[in-house]
Design a protein around this ligand. Structure first.
Ligand SMILES: C/C(=C\C(=O)SCCNC(=O)CCNC(=O)[C@H](O)C(C)(C)COP(=O)(O)OP(=O)(O)OC[C@H]1O[C@@H](n2cnc3c(N)ncnc32)[C@H](O)[C@@H]1OP(=O)(O)O)CC(=O)O
Length: 264
């Protein structure tokens, strides 16, 4: 069976690649489970000093798998909530991993893909990458990813991007703080290696503490994150089974414009 992620160790660096290139590395329940387990394992493994997250193929990640999400509409709201909570747990695991993490953004990142980038300590992307918090165009909201994205880019930028769903390029991602560095594709691996070399000079315990400290000082306490995730999972579950959510998902999957009813 093809795994939804690929894992390779280079010395003390664990490289994890999302491996569903045929759907631009969109994540379904299988990928979410595999990636969460791989991150938890990397977090506990003393031989791992840093984690690099990337995508196979042309994209980094197109976010949640819209086919999977649409299929879940026949499930109950409670099951949709549990499903969204699993995605929230993935984001939280990545954000609070006690090891430094690098997003190697090899291509497009949309929706939950932006969430993954935001959860990493360092984000380096190719100049050609495109980004979008496109959920509203699908009749959805960037729910479980919202705390992570807002912490990365700030409320002012997030409000605009959340309500417009506007696409943006890598230089803009750099300007708003989603990326730390934006490089030509042929320089991506060198840029990641340079960041890894810097990380390798620090004490691992201090590094883990520094990361938790930064998050706590910004008000992103892990203990609060779980409660916030539950609220956001409930919100997205309601939208996933709603008429508007179903119209947005159906329109994307059948490659037609969405026909929204007037807001009531
Ligand atoms: C986390 C939360 C919510 C979300 O993440 S919602 C998802 C947000 N993501 C998107 O809006 C991205 C949707 N995809 C695109 O806009 C484009 O596909 C692309 C990534 C820009 C690539 O465009 P391109 O023209 O190069 O390729 P195709 O569109 O022809 O795609 C090829 C193939 O892949 C399928 N696909 C793409 N993205 C997804 C996806 N997210 N889920 C499922 N499938 C996807 C696409 O349908 C094509 O399939 P075919 O069968 O070949 O037609 C919620 C929270 O925060 O709570």
């Amino acid at each position: 069976m093809t795994r939804s992620i690929q894992i390779a160790d280079q010395g003390s660096v664990r490289r994890i690649a999302l491996n569903r290139p045929q759907v631009h590395n969109a994540f379904d329940d299988g990928l979410i489970a595999e990636l969460t387990a791989a991150l938890e394992q990397a977090g506990k493994d003393n031989a791992v000093r840093a984690v690099v997250l990337t995508g196979e193929g042309a994209s980094f990640s197109a976010g949640a798998d819209l086919n999977w999400m649409r299929g879940m509409a026949s499930a109950s709201e409670a099951e949709n909530r549990e499903d969204s909570l699993r995605l929230a747990t993935l984001m939280r695991t990545l954000q609070y991993l006690p090891k430094p993490t690098i997003a190697r953004v090899n291509g497009a990142a949309y929706g939950g893909g932006v969430g993954l980038v935001a959860c990493c300590d360092i984000a380096i992307g190719v100049e050609s990458a495109r980004f979008g918090l496109t959920e509203v165009k699908l009749g959805l909201v960037p729910a479980v990813i919202s705390p992570y994205v807002i912490h990365a880019i700030g409320l002012r930028q997030a409000r605009r991007l959340f309500v417009t769903g506007e696409l943006f390029d890598a230089p803009t991602a750099l300007q708003i703080g989603l990326l730390h560095q934006c490089v030509p594709a042929e320089q991506l691996d060198d840029a990641v290696d340079t960041a890894l070399a810097l990380l390798s000079k620090a004490g691992p315990v201090a590094q883990a503490q520094a990361k938790q400290l930064a998050l706590r000082m910004a008000g992103a306490h892990e203990t609060h994150a779980e409660a916030i995730d539950r609220e956001n999972a409930a919100l997205i579950a309601r939208l996933r089974v709603s008429e508007e959510g179903q119209e947005g998902l159906g329109a994307f999957l059948s490659k037609r414009p969405a026909a929204w009813s007037t807001a009531s």
